[in-house]
Structures are given as C-alpha cells and as structure tokens.
Design a protein. Structure first.
Length: 236
C-alpha cells in the first residue's frame, strides 16, 4: 500500500485520492492478480508532482484513476471537489474534456491537422467555445512554447521535440485544472528531454494547473515540486 500526505496550499486540491483500491484479475494460469492501493494523494493548483517506481507498481493505474477511466473498488477520487464515483460516463467524459489535459509519450497527434488545429482539438471534442479568445490563448501557448511560427505546419513535418510541444499546447489550451502526463520525455533524445520538461512544467505553472507526471527519467526529478515513489511509499 502507498500513502502520500497532501501538500498545504489551496483549501480544495485539484486532485484528491483517498484510500483507493483497484483490483486487476489474474491472467489465466498466472496465479494471483494485482491490487493497487493508495492511502492518500492530493495535488494543488500550480503544483508539479512526479510519479516514479518500478514497472508494475501501478503508475499507469494511478493516472487512469485520476482521469476517471478506471473506477476504484473502494475509496474516493475527487476532481475539484467532485467525487468521480457519482458521475455517469457521459458526465465523466464531459468533466474530463473540460478539466483534464493529457500529455502522452507517443504524442497522439492527428497527422491530417496542422499544429494549431491539433492544439484546438479539445475544444471541438468537448463542445467548448472555440471563439477568438480561445484561439488567441492557444496561439499564445504556441508562442510561449517556441512553436508559434509552426502553427500552420503539418504534423508529419515536425521534429519529435516540436510534436511534444504541440501536445503540451493541446493539453493546456482549455486551461484545465489538472494535467496528466505519461512519460512526457520518453520518446525524446537526451538533449531535448530537459528543454521539453521545463516547457511543460513552466507552462503548467503559468496556467496555475496541477501536473501529475509519470516518468522514468530520474535525472529530471529535481525540476518537480514533489516526487512520489510508488515503490517505497508507506501508508499514512
């Protein structure tokens, strides 16, 4: 079991997980299944938290619980004070699109859209108002991330670093309270890893978003406000 005390700051954390357990059934012929348990975790606005630990310890499970794509067997997951257990799939999807940004290791950009169109995609998918003000925010994000001059460039003409910057702009364009990142530097060369991570952390802080990031890049951990090791944490 893992437990992490909340940080002090905002009276209501963006993400609050309390005494959760999620059980994976055993594969046929492979003995016992896997049970993920977490005593307590909270993340405040503007806070950046890295999640580390050995393979199979539940890092991806934690992100999926935070996103509401997995529901715990016991315990609670709250996003901006809303208990996700009380939401149906339609309401959960709407909340996810409105309040959570995602950054993936493999970028998950659409090749038939250009940089700006990819960054604006959450507005279309979430039925959010994509007016001139929203577009201006996204363009400003692209400029801050150093790719404003590439806004009309097709995705297949971007470098890996430029693609990840586009993905960061997509994640933060709707001003979500929470950003979940799964190995955001995993597909980048060593010279780009810290540059891209600092762009992600800096942009999240500028937008006052909470960031929860799974990473294996231990040499980058000093850039985060807090580090959670799921391989060593003990219950609170």
């Amino acid at each position: 079991m893992h437990g992490v005390l909340r940080s002090e700051g905002y009276p209501t954390p963006v993400l609050a997980i309390d005494d959760v357990q999620f059980d994976y059934p055993a594969a046929r012929g492979e003995g016992d299944g896997f049970s993920f348990r977490l005593g307590r975790l909270s993340v405040d606005r503007g806070e950046t938290v890295a999640v580390i630990g050995p393979s199979g310890c539940g890092k991806s499970t934690l992100l999926r619980l935070a996103a509401g794509t997995l529901r715990p067997r016991i315990g609670t997951v709250r996003l901006d004070g809303v208990d996700l257990a009380g939401l149906g799939e339609t309401a959960m999807r709407a909340l996810r699109l409105r309040s959570i940004g995602f950054v993936f290791q493999d970028f998950r950009l659409l090749d038939h859209l250009d940089v700006e169109e990819n960054a604006m995609l959450p507005f279309r998918l979430g039925g959010l108002r994509a007016d001139a003000a929203a577009r201006a925010r996204v363009v400003d994000l692209l400029e801050r991330l150093g790719i404003g001059h590439l806004r009309r460039r097709p995705i297949d003409r971007l470098s890996h670093g430029e693609r990840q910057r586009t993905a960061i702009a997509r994640a933060l364009g709707t001003d979500p309270g929470l950003v979940l990142a799964d190995e955001p530097t995993g597909n980048l060369d060593p010279s780009n890893k810290r540059i891209i991570l600092e762009a992600l952390l800096g942009t999240a802080r500028d937008r006052d978003a909470a960031l929860l990031a799974v990473t294996h890049d231990h040499d980058l951990l000093d850039a985060f406000d807090r580090v959670i090791d799921l391989g060593t944490e003990v219950p609170t």
